[in-house]
Write a protein that binds this ligand. Structure first.
Ligand SMILES: [Zn+2]
Length: 166
């Protein structure tokens, strides 16, 4: 589990964050008409859902609030509730699209916990299949990603748009 969110992948984000501010806030500010370019699957009222640009596996989505906050204690109940509703939609989308057999859902809160974008909390949600992890993939960070992000996006985007959180 220590390896799950592979924080070393986020070195590039850390660099970018220093130069340009928060990457998640920057994504949220973009013109929604261009959501496909940054793989934003869905903009809900208080949170948005997007594909992790450096996925651990195909179908790795992130749910993050628009609010730039680092801790759960800084979020209101409505935002937290909507995050979980969106996670539930992600579960259904990944089940339907990729026939996922299990899921990992988790947050790294704080740099020492492995958060790449530590100032803006986010929920990882990704599908798992029986036998999908082997020694090589866990230890060497070698992953087979059988699908590019655009393809994943096209498969998932319709699902989120037709099932809006209440
Ligand atoms: Zn932010």
């Amino acid at each position: 589990m220590d390896y799950l969110w592979s924080p070393w992948r986020y070195q590039y984000i850390r660099e970018g964050t220093r130069r340009n501010g928060c990457p998640f806030c920057e994504m949220a500010r973009r013109d929604p008409a261009r959501d496909r370019e940054c793989y934003i699957l869905h903009r809900a009222r208080l949170n948005f859902v997007f594909l992790n640009l450096y996925p651990y596996t195909t179908g790795h989505v992130l749910v993050t609030p628009y609010a730039h906050v680092a801790n759960l204690s800084d979020l209101g109940d409505e935002t937290l509730q909507e995050m979980m509703v969106l996670a539930r939609q992600a579960e259904a989308a990944l089940k339907s699209t990729y026939h996922a057999e299990g899921y990992n859902a988790g947050m790294n809160l704080g740099k020492c916990a492995g958060a790449g974008v530590a100032d803006h909390l986010h929920l990882h949600f990704l599908p798992r299949w029986v036998g999908d992890t082997n020694f090589a993939s866990v230890v060497s960070e070698t992953r087979v990603l059988p699908e590019d992000l655009s393809t994943t996006y096209d498969k998932l985007v319709g699902f989120f748009r037709k099932t809006r959180p209440e």
